[in-house]
Design a protein around this ligand. Structure first.
Ligand code: PMP
Length: 400
């Protein structure tokens, strides 16, 4: 078909249509250079200007303090599962050269499949001992699913750990930390030492730029793949506190694991994120998306709209629960604003629900293959109107 549909996919996901139209022009002729953006040198002054603009958009919209650098790299969220471990173990080695590997503790908060994967990678790399600060599964409805953000009294953080890791929004399982500090589902920042240059790492892959980041200044690293709220796949954005940009070679001389050159935060920082060829096209489109979001009011605007979209969708699921036709997968209060997951109950009902949505121009609503069910991703580019159309269809489905 020639017409676009509503894409509720979890990533790569919808981008604003006006941005895609502008990007199409840039593909042919980027900023009057006569060269397309996928063809131009990453060291040209025109592209250098784009990099600076993207950085400044992120810094302004998220209020990133001067204590932190904004870096661009590749390899997605998955490469950061490894990079955060290697860079922060190197930092820990420089701070405490004499500890044994077993005494270097990496704290992982495991609230879903992505944080679980990240912890597995840390175990695989070695050089430190993984402590699971909390695993959400025992606190779930069936004692084995990721369906909740655990209560604060269940976390046990280690003193002076090399890394404290969490995933802000679990894309597969649909659980997200609340950014309201008074909510029981908020991240328990208060359990961590104050003014301690914490080695706190947040995976924001699927919620970056959807709302402000609480306690950003307390983070060692915040990272996100671009392919949900910001742009095409291929770009990973890092916000790194400057004391975590360390000389990894000096750490290796003291016994730390050597860090591949392109994974070292120092390489990225010293090379202004162009040590090697970056994902030029993705950075360009991300810049257009960020400019578009700034015009709308930035993360404050999206925070409001995204909350309204999700609240309405959760209410529709509740309505379906009362009729015994839908079932929310996530415990109330822990539900993601970005990825809303539920089951459609009854023989053949899910397939019917999916095909009815597709017939109405709404696609990519099936849950991740590991968990099944329905997953509706409500990233920034999915409009409130599109969400309302989906909800109207859900109500129609319930009425039948
Ligand atoms: N973390 C989260 C929260 C994700 O959603 C994803 C991908 N969907 C990843 C990490 C892995 O990212 P990538 O595919 O870019 O490696």
């Amino acid at each position: 078909s020639d017409s676009r549909v509503t894409n509720f996919g979890a990533g790569p996901s919808a981008l604003p249509e006006s941005v895609l139209q502008e990007a199409a022009k840039g593909l042919l002729n980027f900023r009057g250079t006569g060269i397309g953006i996928a063809e131009i040198s990453h060291r040209s002054k025109e592209f250098t200007a784009v990099l600076t603009e993207v950085e400044s958009q992120i810094r302004t919209q998220l209020d990133v303090p001067q204590t932190h650098s904004i870096l661009f790299t590749q390899g997605g969220g998955s490469a950061q599962f490894s990079a955060v471990v290697l860079n922060l173990l190197a930092r820990h080695r420089l701070l405490h050269p004499d500890l044994s590997d077993d005494e270097r503790v990496l704290d992982y908060v495991v609230t879903g499949s992505w944080s679980k994967k990240a912890a597995e990678e840390a175990r695989r790399l070695g050089g430190g001992r993984v402590n699971v600060a909390v695993d959400a599964r025992p606190y779930s409805k069936d004692a084995r699913s990721f369906d909740n953000i655990p209560a604060h009294d269940t976390y046990s953080f280690s003193p002076d750990s090399a890394l404290i890791y969490y995933c802000e929004n679990e894309t597969v399982d649909g659980v997200e930390f609340s950014n309201d500090a008074s909510s029981p589902a908020s991240f328990p920042f208060h359990l961590l030492p104050q003014n301690a240059l914490l080695p706190l790492v947040g995976d924001y892959s699927s919620s970056f730029m959807s709302r402000p980041i609480p306690r950003l200044a307390d983070h060692a690293v915040v990272y996100a793949g671009a392919q949900k709220n910001i742009g095409p796949a291929g770009l990973t954005i890092l916000i790194v506190r400057k004391d975590c940009i360390v000389d990894v070679d000096a750490a290796a001389k003291l016994g730390a694991t050597p860090v591949p050159i392109t994974m070292s935060y120092k390489t990225l920082a010293d090379g202004n994120s162009v040590y090697n060829t970056p994902s030029v096209l993705s950075i360009y489109i991300s810049g257009l998306v960020l400019k578009h979001s700034q015009e709308l009011g930035g993360v404050k605007y999206y925070e409001e709209v995204n909350k309204r979209k999700a609240d309405k969708l959760y209410a529709a699921i509740k309505e379906g629960e009362a009729k015994g036709l839908f079932k929310a997968k996530v415990k109330e209060g822990s539900g993601s604003l970005m990825n809303v997951v539920f089951d459609v109950l009854g023989e053949g009902a899910e397939a019917k629900f999916v095909s009815g949505a597709e017939a109405r121009g709404m696609k990519a609503i099936k849950g991740h293959r590991s968990v099944g069910g329905i997953r509706i991703s409500l990233y920034n580019a999915v409009t409130e109107e599109q969400t309302d159309t989906l909800i109207a269809y859900m109500k129609e489905f319930l009425a039948q």
